[in-house]
Write a protein that binds this ligand. Structure first.
Ligand code: HEM
Length: 415
């Protein structure tokens, strides 16, 4: 397929991701209007050579279709990075999200059995207890940074409790997951590209050490936590190796923690910015919250894209791709596709249907934690609306400089 790129839009430039949100959404609107997916060069990184470039899939139909065909558009050559990563980074960041069947299916089978109804029930009780505690403290404090006081705390505690990580290690988990998803944001990583690679490796190693040590203990003395379920063989005799446990934990911390944190922070920002939507939600919380959660995830799209690689010469919605072509599935653009969503830039908690792809498109990699994330967002806002009904953002979000995560670093609030 012809490799074209419209003037004035370069998704690879960090400057693009520093532009105001409206401008970025307008650029994606332009991309959606093109006759074929635009093609971009890969970022210049000091620790890996830039590859041939990538196509940006920006329509809902393209993102859904590519997700649905893992045999043609695979994840195993890298789903969370544009440049192909060196093997040493793969050791840390090579879990199931970057795998294809049969390895992917094996890990997902082991892991999803551990997300059994009994486990989920345990999360539900814990989610409730943590949300109550967080809101209690918010009421005492009266205001501050919503991200650190509220949004970050629930997902962090849930992931750590789930795995059996002690409270003493929460800060280590928090700091290192911030580094891993820092993008180019110098609040968390160095300005020097060489340093960033080292920081990523160190963050990966720290998290891996933490969970491997726990895994060893749980092999000897299992408890009811997820780590015990993962390292001890299930009824089919399957369990995770040390290496698989380490990279799965890193994936869980990154996929389950930061995404949900950002969804909650975007939620408060959006409900402050659109007071009529907030009033509607407050008027009958239980009726409107399911739709509100889906709309927050659609509107914010906490994960901006995932990558796929064509495994053979093939076509997608009438366009031809060659074996080895890289495709970025832009969920945040698909979620604003005007051919699927009426008034896509309007935040509407009653939107129905809302076939957003914020948790990924239909396919084997669809978000494993979607149910848990929905519960966390619901319970957090239920507690906030019940006990701190006046809570609102008092300023604009301080946004993460990233092309991958639509992150909010800080958000001032008052109760
Ligand atoms: C609002 C919050 C969340 C969002 C927006 C989100 C989004 C996503 C997306 C876009 C994918 C990739 C889908 C694909 O490649 O096709 C994914 C995969 C995944 N998510 Fe989530 N996620 C969230 C919360 C969570 C939570 C709470 C957990 C864990 C407890 C979690 C665990 C995972 C895992 C393990 C995968 C990889 C699944 C696989 O490769 O089979 N996520 N998520």
């Amino acid at each position: 397929m012809e490799k074209t790129r419209p003037d004035g839009i370069d998704l690879t430039e960090w400057d693009f991701w520093a532009r105001p949100l409206d401008e970025r959404h307008a650029a994606f609107r332009t991309l959606r209007g093109l006759p074929r997916p635009a093609f971009f060069r890969e970022p210049e990184l000091s620790f890996v050579p830039a590859g041939p470039g990538y196509y940006a899939l920006v329509t809902h139909a393209d993102v859904v279709e590519a997700s649905r065909r893992p045999a043609d558009f695979c994840s195993g050559q890298g789903a969370i990075n544009i440049n192909d990563m060196p093997a040493d980074l793969g050791e840390y960041f090579g879990s199931m999200i970057n795998m294809d069947d049969p390895r992917h299916a094996k890990i997902r089978r082991i892991v999803s059995r551990a997300f059994s109804p009994r486990m989920i029930q345990r999360f539900e009780d814990q989610v409730q207890a943590v949300a109550e505690q967080v809101v209690e403290e918010v009421l005492v404090k009266g205001g501050g940074d919503f991200v650190t006081d509220v949004a970050a705390r629930l997902p962090l505690k849930i992931i750590c409790d789930l795995m059996g990580i002690d409270e003493a290690h929460y800060k280590t988990v928090f700091d290192n997951s911030n580094i891993i998803l820092a993008g180019a944001d110098t609040e968390f990583v160095s300005e020097e590209a060489d340093q960033v690679a080292l920081q990523l490796l160190e963050a990966g190693q720290t998290l891996k050490d933490l969970v491997e040590e726990l895994g060893r203990r749980r092999r000897e003395e299992p408890t009811g936590d997820l780590t015990s379920a993962l390292v001890n063989a299930n009824i089919d005799g399957e369990s995770l190796t040390d290496q698989e446990l380490g990279s799965f934990f890193i994936l869980l911390v990154v996929a389950g923690n930061e995404t949900t944190r950002n969804a909650i922070a975007h939620g408060l920002h959006l409900l402050t910015r659109y007071p009529e939507q907030r009033e509607l939600l407050a008027s009958d919380f239980e009726r409107y919250i399911p739709g509100a959660v889906e709309e927050i995830v659609r509107y914010a799209s906490p994960v901006i894209w995932m990558r796929r690689t064509a495994t053979r010469d093939t076509e997608l919605n009438g366009r031809e791709f060659k074996a080895g072509d890289k495709l970025l599935l832009y969920y945040w653009s698909a979620n604003r596709d005007e051919t699927v969503f009426t008034d896509p830039d309007v935040f509407d908690i009653t939107r129905d249907p809302n076939p957003h792809v914020g948790f990924g498109g239909p396919g084997p990699h669809f978000c494993l934690g979607a149910h848990l994330a929905r519960r966390e967002i619901t319970v957090m806002f239920r507690e906030l609306f019940r006990r701190a009904p006046g809570i609102r953002a008092t300023g604009e979000p301080d946004r993460l400089l990233s092309n991958f995560i639509n992150g909010i670093k800080h958000l001032p609030y008052t109760v």
